[in-house]
Design a protein. Structure first.
Length: 392
């Protein structure tokens, strides 16, 4: 890390210096500007010298002076604004990019570039309303401005304005051809959860239907549908929805199982529950369905049968949580070495406390509770239960 901090000015500023050098060299043949080119060249080489001597602040000032001497260096001024933003000088970046965006001599491409940079400045400063205005203007200026639409989607996610997020995700899909169904389905599920919390089951079901239309294998839509059916007293429909969701992505089984088993309990269909859990044991390498089957065996056939089944399963899929359950069963059965087992149980419990139950497949963020949107990288549907620590 120290080495990176030591050399980052070269990585950031040398490309800028190269651009400036190219601009100056290109104009070196214009005799009527020899004096100005000479002045620019001197400033350029002084700035490069500051870079080589690890004095980035002085280099920025000189390159900014180059931009002031020659207002045609549009790319240089945009790059300087980016550098200000990266260094935390957001106000300075805003002023620079605002001035650029207001220039009447810009081409459409340059106008888009300046507005995009200004919008990113506003987002970095937390001025989401201003950023929204800028990116909406940019999208109107160029209907195929995907970067602007991307920023608008991010803004509406932060503001939890799911309708606008959906609308702009559809615009992005039309502009780029990139499928956005999975993201749109999560936005629709956010609306469904909101309607469900407000007691509007009909609106929640409509949002779930739209989520399925956007992503036919949406696990989250299936879970919400199952909850809605369970709350309406339609346990069979809830079971079907939850089992379908689990089959779409068995990795979410630990999230689905509590409600699913609760509905099975209400119907009294223990054989159906056991058949589904046995099916999941074949497709899911985690411990959750095994522990659920173990508890059912304990209730129906006793502690000994449950302990034997769990011990056999743990040979194929070792698990800390499975080990803890096996210790509980051994203690309940009254086997020998009780003190040793108590110690092992304590150690296992401590290990479980220190380890997350869920992890983001994209950025590695660990959590004790489930999040549909990763708090770290903001990606949707990537936080999944860990195989060894997932619970029912």
């Amino acid at each position: 890390m120290d080495l990176l901090e030591q050399w980052w000015p070269l990585f950031v500023f040398v490309p800028l210096a190269a651009v400036l050098g190219w601009v100056i060299g290109r104009r070196g043949g214009e005799h009527h500007r020899d004096r100005q080119v000479s002045k620019l060249s001197t400033t350029y080489f002084r700035g490069l010298n500051y870079l080589l001597n690890e004095q980035p602040d002085k280099a920025i000032e000189l390159f900014l002076h180059v931009a002031e001497l020659d207002k045609d260096t549009f790319e240089t001024q945009v790059a300087l604004g980016h550098l200000f933003r990266r260094r935390g000088e957001v106000d300075r970046a805003i002023r620079l990019h605002q001035a650029l965006a207001q220039r009447p001599d810009l081409s459409d491409t340059q106008k888009i570039q300046a507005l995009s940079a200004l919008g990113e400045d506003y987002m970095r400063a937390g001025l989401l309303d201003r950023a929204e205005t800028v990116f909406n203007d940019l999208a109107q200026l160029d209907q195929r401005a995907p970067q602007a639409l991307r920023h608008l989607i991010a803004i509406y996610q932060a503001e939890r304005d799911w309708e606008k997020a959906i609308a702009n995700a559809r615009r992005y899909e039309q502009a780029t051809g990139e499928p956005m169904g999975r993201l749109i389905a999560h936005f629709e599920c956010e609306l469904a959860d909101r309607h469900r919390s407000n007691g509007d089951a009909a609106a929640a079901r409509a949002a779930v239907a739209r989520a399925y239309a956007a992503d036919p294998v949406s696990v989250r839509a299936g879970i919400i549908e199952g909850r809605l059916d369970a709350e309406a007293g339609n346990t069979q429909a809830a079971i079907r929805a939850l089992e379908r969701a689990a089959r779409h992505d068995p990795e979410f089984l630990p999230v689905i199982l509590p409600l699913l088993l609760e509905n099975y309990e209400q119907t009294g269909d223990r054989s159906g529950a056991r058949a589904f859990l046995s099916e999941m044991c074949e497709h899911y390498r985690g411990i959750a369905p095994v522990l659920a089957l173990t508890r059912m065996l304990e209730a129906e056939e006793g502690v000994g049968a449950a302990r034997r089944y769990l011990g056999q399963q743990l040979k194929d899929r070792p698990s800390v949580r499975g080990e803890a359950a096996l210790i509980d069963l051994t203690l309940a059965e009254g086997a020998d070495a009780r003190a040793t087992l108590h110690d092992l149980k304590h150690i296992t419990d401590q290990l479980l406390v220190r380890n997350p139950s869920y992890r983001c497949n994209r950025c590695g963020f660990g959590a004790r509770s489930h999040h549909w949107q990763c708090p770290s990288c903001k990606e949707w549907g990537t936080v999944k239960p860990l195989l060894n620590y997932a619970v029912v």
